[in-house]
Design a protein around this ligand. Structure first.
Ligand code: CAA
Length: 394
């Protein structure tokens, strides 16, 4: 049986962020609500040139540079996003060009709210397992800019960033349990974004309930799919992280399904979930990439300690669909994670004042129509320069 999974990971984040304590102060809210109540310290804020294409391309470029992988071996390129830049042309097509991927390549964008990245990943795994890959590898990029209305309850749960995954045989980071996943779907209006709007519409507390209902459904389906393998212990759990506290609620929920009470759940939370929330707390919600940012955070913090151990993953996409699955941290993943320098893109970020952040948000309104601007964004960085003849230029 082929060993298939996540061979390498790389991140890209915008150059600036807002400190949630600053935002709380500006909105006359206690900082404790955002920092402890929601579990977020900083949220990344994307400027116009840091659109989902640019973030995705920068994450993918870093993936190839840091992992030593070869772009000529890519036969599948999928982008998961819920903040697409065009109704027809996929972000994957831009990445195909910017990365000079082979022409013999299947290229598309996947959408189902925050589940789009997982749709890409599981599709890539099945593509390799089926034999269609014929020795080639898949590039899966999750990229989003999360926006809610200024002053709304969702505002402190924004964020922006991209996570690029290389999916291959004999993976160096996490071997996934192929074919053993638990799926769930239900047509609900918990969170969505109408075609005319750049900002999401959300029924916040209902969305939390939909997430937990989906977790029950996906977890039960996964347990059924596992059969006797279900009893093998899980060492770490990564959940979709719209904000850190949601992962805590999710963990309590799963533990309850396993017949454990709140005190027992909270006792295992620090060890089983804690390190996966470090990077999300510094970046915020990156929608499709959120689960994989949690996985990167876990590997960055303790990959050496958990080599050979089983990790569970839960992906949720509003609307809604979800999947629960598991994998095993590869032998050698500790040293390889260190070589990937997963958290390096967060170094040297700029702290925006609230007036600067609000000005960036106001500029969003016509960002997709702005004429080309020449600016120096640093060698090797992909940036959105503007539009010429309705064509986006990078
Ligand atoms: N100190 C410490 N904690 C405090 C506090 C203080 N001073 N004040 C309040 N809190 C706590 C509250 O007790 C609450 O904790 P619990 O959830 O454990 O009860 C927490 O802070 C949040 O308080 P509220 O529930 O009153 O917050 P709110 O109503 O203003 O908004 C929210 C919360 C609904 C999550 C809102 O931020 C939102 O709509 N976010 C966007 C939607 C979202 O992320 N949904 C998640 C599920 S859907 C999904 O996962 C898909 C996705 O990516 C969007």
């Amino acid at each position: 049986m082929k060993r298939i999974g996540i061979d390498a990971i790389a991140l890209a984040v915008p150059e600036g962020y807002v400190e949630l304590a600053d935002l709380a102060h500006a909105r006359s809210v206690s900082p404790g609500k955002f920092v402890d109540g929601l579990g977020v310290e900083r949220m990344a804020v994307a400027r116009a040139h840091e659109d989902p294409v640019a973030l995705g391309a920068n994450a993918a470029r870093r993936l190839f540079a840091m992992s030593g992988a070869d772009t000529s071996r890519i036969g599948l390129c999928v982008v998961g996003t819920e903040t697409a830049v065009d109704h027809s042309k996929p972000i994957a097509a831009y990445l195909h060009g910017l990365l000079a991927l082979p022409t013999a390549c299947r290229v598309f964008e996947a959408k189902h709210a925050c589940f789009g990245g997982t749709a890409g990943l599981l599709n890539a795994v099945d593509w390799i397992a089926s034999g269609s890959a014929r020795g080639r590898q898949a590039l899966v990029v999750c990229t989003d800019v999360a926006r809610y209305a200024i002053g709304s309850a969702g505002e402190p749960t924004q964020g922006a960033g991209a996570v690029a995954l290389l999916v291959s045989e004999n993976p160096r980071l996490v071997e996934l349990e192929v074919g053993v996943t638990g799926s769930y779907a239900r047509d609900v209006h918990d969170f969505w974004r109408p075609l005319h709007s750049k900002e999401a519409v959300v029924d916040g507390h209902y969305s939390v309930q939909c997430y937990l209902d989906a977790l029950t459904g996906a977890y039960e389906a996964w347990r059924h799919a596992c059969g006797t393998d279900y009893s093998e212990p899980i060492a770490r759990r990564c959940y979709h992280v719209p904000y850190g506290k949601m992962a805590k609620k999710a963990h309590r929920h799963v533990m309850a399904l396993e017949g454990k009470g709140e005190a027992e759940a909270d006792a295992s939370y620090v060890e089983e979930v804690g390190t996966s929330l470090r990077l999300p707390a510094q970046i915020g919600n990156v929608y499709t990439g959120s689960l994989y940012l949690a996985l990167a955070s876990l590997l960055e913090a303790e990959a050496s300690r958990i080599e050979g151990k089983r990790v569970a993953l839960f992906s949720y996409g509003s609307g809604c669909t979800a999947e629960f699955f598991a994998g095993r941290v590869a032998s050698g993943a500790g040293a390889f994670s260190r070589a990937l320098r997963l958290a390096e893109p967060l170094e040297g970020r700029r702290r925006y004042t609230i007036p600067e952040y609000e000005a960036i948000r106001r500029a969003d309104a016509d960002a997709d129509r702005r004429p080309i601007e020449s600016a120096n964004f640093g060698a090797g960085t992909v940036a959105f320069l503007g539009v010429e003849g309705e064509r986006r230029v990078y």
